[in-house]
Design a protein around this ligand. Structure first.
Ligand code: ATP
Length: 444
């Protein structure tokens, strides 16, 4: 049996597990790294893919009113002028006159003294967070372009394309998953605040009179995504109604979903009522009207927009910190990731009890192929002894370890295997024939 010791993991413990077990590595590590960048290894990729799949299922495939796009990361610079990013997407920056370290002044307790060396901090100035690059072969004559700081604008500029090609009826949404880039002044807290990250965003368009009901519905879906899909603890997620004087320039109402990360309660995702701000500004700036014609009433208007905006890297970090568990199993301390089967990078690992017994290995390979075809997220694991394999699988959060032993090969137990359950450490013997059905049943 397993006795839970504690559930509060430190950030160092999570970072260490992520590196040790192939989830997340420092970006460009062999060259000393690059601040604000992280590389995902095999299990990190698998975790992110599972989160994206669940998000897509809930917000796109599970509905009939969502239209996904995959817009280019590089966009005409006029997009960022009309959206307000060129002039307003900035953070307040201060620089230490002595050690030259830079800080976001709104994150400092004392804005006069450098937290690094105690030196005097210079005057505050606004620092635009968009990464600039240039397009074209000759740099002199090249046009400046920006790496998008959010995926949202790629949807607003395609609003008319969707209306003209698909003819959706209001209310409807556009959805996009993709990379975004922000030149954060002080990237920090592992993958929480980085310079390159992935967003999962929806722009949901509605009649101006109906925004409140749609806002409430998307708020509910967001909670279901966090609790039912990602398995986050209910007491670790908080809804913060952003006060009117703190709202972004485009928003009339925003709820931040916050999560209790090991480094404090911080924003996990946002839900904003953006009114007609974006469609109106792009319509005006491009001189292409971005409107909707209601065939039934003949009314022509600019729809209003509600935006649920999720950061994939923050979602993955919340899942990892939520799942990190220490307990004592069989008198020994262990670490495991208590992940829902639907989100675990590996759903089941298949092992021969001994790797030097060909008859065990070939049977294990057979079972492995069967499960791999069915579930995809299956790993063949014959590395080290069985105890070590369990440890490793526990640390990557594998819910089921299947072992082919001598009892699988003959006697009354012929063609049965053991399933070992990650959380309790308990084992049961089931027939190979019923294995797929058993795992399916255990995974709901
Ligand atoms: P913060 O206040 O933490 O900087 P924000 O309010 O600027 O975040 P939004 O512009 O609302 O963030 O972006 C939507 C989502 O994108 C955020 O809720 C977060 O999940 C993610 N996100 C934003 N900036 C970053 C970043 N630098 N690193 C990782 N994820 C980010």
């Amino acid at each position: 049996m397993s006795d839970s010791l504690n559930k509060t993991a430190s950030m160092d413990e999570i970072v260490s597990l992520c590196k040790r077990r192939g989830f997340i590595f420092q970006g460009s590590e062999i060259y000393g790294g690059l601040a604000g960048t992280w590389d995902y290894g095999p299990f990190g990729v698998a975790l992110k893919e599972n989160i994206k799949r669940l998000w897509w299922k809930r917000f796109v495939d599970g509905r009939e009113d969502m239209y996904p796009v995959d817009a280019a990361i590089l966009m005409n610079s006029k997009v960022w002028e009309a959206s307000g990013h060129a002039s307003g997407f900035s953070d307040p920056l201060v620089e230490c006159e002595k050690c030259k370290s830079r800080f976001r002044s709104d994150q400092l307790e004392d804005t006069t003294k450098c937290p690094n060396c105690g030196g005097v901090l210079g005057k505050e100035r606004q620092f635009n967070m968009m990464f600039k690059t240039s397009i074209g072969a000759v740099e002199d004559s090249a046009a400046t372009v920006y790496l998008r700081p959010e995926t949202a604008q790629g949807m607003f500029v395609n609003f008319k394309n969707i209306i003209d090609s698909i003819h959706p009826k209001l209310p409807f949404g556009m959805a996009q998953i993709g990379k975004a880039f922000r030149n954060e002044i002080t990237p920090r807290d592992f993958t929480f605040r980085v310079r390159e990250f992935e967003q999962m965003e929806i722009e949901y368009f509605t009649h101006p009179n109906e925004w409140e009901g749609q806002f409430a519905a998307l708020q509910e879906e967001t909670k279901k995504f966090f609790f039912d899909d990602l398995g986050l603890s209910k007491d670790a997620v908080h809804e913060y109604e952003v006060p009117a004087n703190d709202l972004a320039h485009y928003s009339k109402r925003t709820i931040d979903f916050e999560f209790d990360f090991p480094f404090g309660r911080k924003e996990l995702s946002g839900l904003a009522y953006r009114t007609d701000f974006d469609l109106k500004n792009h319509g005006d700036a491009s001189t292409v009207p971005l409107q909707y014609l209601d065939d039934a009433t003949g009314e022509k208007f600019i729809p209003h927009c509600i935006e649920p905006s999720f950061g994939l890297d923050r979602a993955a970090l919340a899942v990892l910190s939520n799942a990190y568990t220490k307990d004592a199993l069989g008198g020994e301390e262990r670490i495991y990731l208590k992940l829902k089967p639907s989100i675990a990078p590996v759903l089941c690992a298949v092992s021969p009890l001994l790797k030097n017994k060909p008859e065990l290995v070939s049977k294990a390979r057979e079972v492995f192929s069967m499960l791999k075809t069915e579930f995809g997220r299956v790993m063949f694991d014959d590395n080290g002894n069985i105890g070590k394999r369990y440890r490793r699988q526990d640390e990557i959060g594998t819910p089921f370890c299947i072992v082919i032993d001598f009892e699988t090969l003959e006697g009354e137990t012929k063609d049965t295997v053991t399933i070992r359950h990650r959380d309790s450490g308990e084992q049961e013997r089931v027939s190979i024939e019923s294995l797929v059905a058993t795992i399916k049943k255990l995974s709901v």
